[in-house]
Design a protein around this ligand. Sequence first.
Ligand code: NAD
Length: 478
Amino acid sequence: MSLNQEQIAHVVEEVVRKYRAQQALSGQKPTSTPSTISQSDGIFANIDDALAAAEIAQQQLMELTLQNRKDIIAAMRAASLENAEYLAQLAHEETGLGRVEHKVIKNRIAAIKTPGTEDLVSTAYSGDDGLTVVEMAPYEVIGSITPSTNPTSTVINNSIGMVAAGNAVVFNPHPGAAHCSNETVRILNRAILSVGGPANLLSSTTTPTLESSQRIMQHPQVKLLVVTGGGAVVKAAMSSGKNCIAAGPGNPPVIVDNTADLQKAGKYIVDGATFDNNILCTAEKEVFVFHNVADQLKEEMKHNGAYELLDRQIDELVHITVEDIASDHPRANREWIGKDAHLILEKLGINVGGEIRLIIAEVDERHPFVIAEMLMPILPIIRVDNIHEALEKAKKAEHGFKHTAMMHSTNLPNLALVSRHIETTIFVKNAPSYAGLGVGGEGFTTLSIAGPTGQGLTSARCFTRQRRCVLKDAFRIV
Ligand code: NAD
């Protein structure tokens, strides 16, 4: 079923209304008053205590009905919506990354468009031998390791999907986003309790560290690991010996051919590449544009808040924003990740206003801006002669992450060629990258896109294991 914006708004209003009514009945204050949140709602000093609490909570969840679980999900959605601004502000203050207004959108979209229990589908086989039912069962306790780039929205998104599937979740937030992530856990736990759900269905630790993350990876009680982050955490999870869903890094290329609507392409590329200052793994990271339309595309980008750097300025900026420049694996300098374009330009002695959202620079495909996952509003542009060259260079820049790519074109054979061969999990045509996450594009939302382990855009069903129940010689009804 797909809902239009008006229907979604109606559903959300209804959920919020019901949630408020339930809180009023139970005498609780709404969760939008964070100062009233107790210090113990799922947040433990010791990760082992969090794991023990999760196990008990999951058993309690199994005692409840499916309708109870639906009510819990509705309350979690409503609490996330009510606190979307508060949590966005908190995430921005704590991490210093991105833009508050875009973090609000991420929180809201995670609250509204993360699939709930409706994502779980049972299958029946009926025949001469009777009836067999296959159901999606919980793993029980999931360990979720979350990033600094989408801290609160990932906790909202993972919590809704994992609880809908019947699991308890132990989070290990990024140490640099511990407070805002834990505040999200507290708010969601409060919501779960408000409709009669178990305490500590979500848990976390006050001071997450690499050690606590690794403890979760090794703990026998954790039956599924879900990690969202860079290459190191993906490697650690995949070599842990546990079932794992790994949502890893991306470096999404954009292809623009000579049939594209350049006015729209210029705007959409800037919109996508500047969303939350480019810290999304799905955001546009490099552009491959046909030679004969490159100048016009750059002009359109400049009309939409891009500032072009030339020659020596580009070299200077590389030294400021990239580490290990000369190596095969240059890395973005964390100091500049997620910062506003005008602040980065200031460092070069270029003073512009906040209307400048993006820095663009013409380079070749071997440039560090192309190779490194920059996660900041700097977008390299590479000229190409034809679609085959564009595809080959885009694939190389994507590093085989199988994550995300974009294309702007009206040429069906070109679009078909790239969609078939780019091999990314998400391929967005003629829109900003965030359309691929359900923001202005059809489809549900996730903040954990599992390329390396193949689940793709994760939802409740990914957090289940299949169980088969067979009845011999009965219940076939035709
Ligand atoms: P990060 O890799 O620094 O941290 C992510 C989490 O992993 C943190 O909780 C951290 O404590 C933990 N971690 C890191 N190394 C670890 C190790 N060796 N062992 C155990 N735990 C470890 O990532 P970040 O800077 O917070 O986020 C940005 C990165 O995440 C980017 O590469 C981005 O592309 C990626 N990302 C991917 C997705 C996706 O859906 N695929 C979503 C968001 C972010």
